[in-house]
Design a protein around this ligand. Sequence first.
Ligand code: PNS
Length: 176
Amino acid sequence: MTVGTPSGRLAVFPGSFDPLTNGHVDIILRSALLFERIVVAVLVNQEKRALFTPPERIEIIRDVFCEYKNVEVDSFDGLLVDYARRRRATAVVRGIRAVSDFEYEFQMALMNRHLEPSLETVFMMPAEQYTYLSSRLIKEVFSLGGTVSGLVPPVVEDWMRRKKTAESARRSTGEK
Ligand code: PNS
């Protein structure tokens, strides 16, 4: 392989994506330039405090990347390494925003390597303006009336607004 050419391989970008932020978008776009194909893999777990269901998250991410032929959106449950094996992925991409991310990411990468030595973890840094962004903070700011414009794709903002409206309507009718 010539240095500087794409590796021609498939990478998985796993995560909760509740919701997708511009930091995630940045990492996906960077990885789409490095790998032949990037699979955004949404973890299917039944987290009680989740804003969006896994099918909603998938629909949102597909919408955001509909014009990118080498970006695929899928879901997985169970071990990431098992999913990566099924997809014949050679790498897992993870974004690192700050030193504080490092310990958790390092543990996960080494555990995944223990489980599947041939699977590499590739850490990527998002653009500087997204280093303080997290899905948790986006949810908190939005729920308290703050603006998340410019921090999430407009599609995500629309979905969040609709969720909020539906939630208020549900509350005002006393529905559980
Ligand atoms: O967006 P997140 O929540 O930081 O993503 C975490 C994720 C989904 C990458 C991680 O929790 C994961 O891989 N879960 C699947 C279960 C698994 O393989 N656990 C062992 C990891 S060492």
